[in-house]
Design a protein around this ligand. Sequence first.
Ligand code: NDP
Ligand SMILES: O=C(O)C1=N[C@H](C(=O)O)C[C@H](O)C1
Length: 242
Amino acid sequence: MAHIGIIGSKGRMGQALQQAIRDAGHDNTGGVDLGGSASVAAAQSEVLVDFSSPAALADNLKAAHDAGIPIVIGTTGLGAEHHAMIDKASHNIAILQTGNTSLGVTLLAHLVSEAAAKLGSDWDIEIVEMHHRMKVDAPSGTALLLGEAAAKGRNIDLAANSERGRDGHTGERKEGAIGFAALRGGTVAGDHSVIFAGNEERITLTHNAENRMIFARGAVKAAAWLIGKDAGRYTMQDVLDL
Ligand SMILES: NC(=O)C1=CN([C@@H]2O[C@H](COP(=O)(O)OP(=O)(O)OC[C@H]3O[C@@H](n4cnc5c(N)ncnc54)[C@H](OP(=O)(O)O)[C@@H]3O)[C@@H](O)[C@H]2O)C=CC1
Ligand SMILES: O=C(O)C1=N[C@H](C(=O)O)C[C@H](O)C1
């Protein structure tokens, strides 16, 4: 049985996590929300799971570091400054950060990388995502993760080749670009498609999340797996052995 503390425990993911922890027979050591103390949760836990806000990241990393326990970071909307913080903290504790904890998306990322490596740069890559009306960040963490997978397959830098938020007279598409489009509405748990658009043919790889329990189950699996691991930065591929 793993003793798991939740940051963002009253949110949509926090509630799903509470259920997933119970279902897997682990112990929920308590939750933290805005204004609460991650250090108090960390002191009672073997691992922290964070589905909250990028603004909470520094405190969460410090709490995990001071308690000497690992942390799963599922929060999205992270920028370069957040990734730098995670890299630094991972010298001392085990950290798994991912935009998507589901088995399906982890496998999809693997397939996207393979497809991007096999298809030449005349196959344009576009990533389309749709989420519920309450989502605050775009593109989604998953879309960016899939973009990174495609860029890795192509052996290019994603930041230097992204086309985001097209509007107005954008000019022609840049060869080799990876495009992103974000739709918001209703209660969609998370839909992602990666489109490889070639000359007169198209391949589309799609994942549809029907319920956020898929993310919660993956996060709990990752948390239990991370306990006792050496300091470093881990991925869902490591957990699922993909
Ligand atoms: N990696 C993955 O697989 C997935 C990632 N996500 C990501 O997880 C995050 C949370 O999503 P979701 O549950 O839908 O969002 P919600 O808005 O429903 O929940 C966020 C929770 O975090 C709390 N919170 C906000 N700021 C802080 C803070 N500074 N310190 C501690 N707690 C804080 C909120 O508390 P309060 O209500 O008091 O403000 C709330 O309980 C998002 O970034 C989302 O994109 C979501 C699904 C899957
Ligand atoms: O906010 C959400 O709901 C989700 N966020 C993650 C993301 O940004 O990709 C994962 C999932 O798609 C649901």
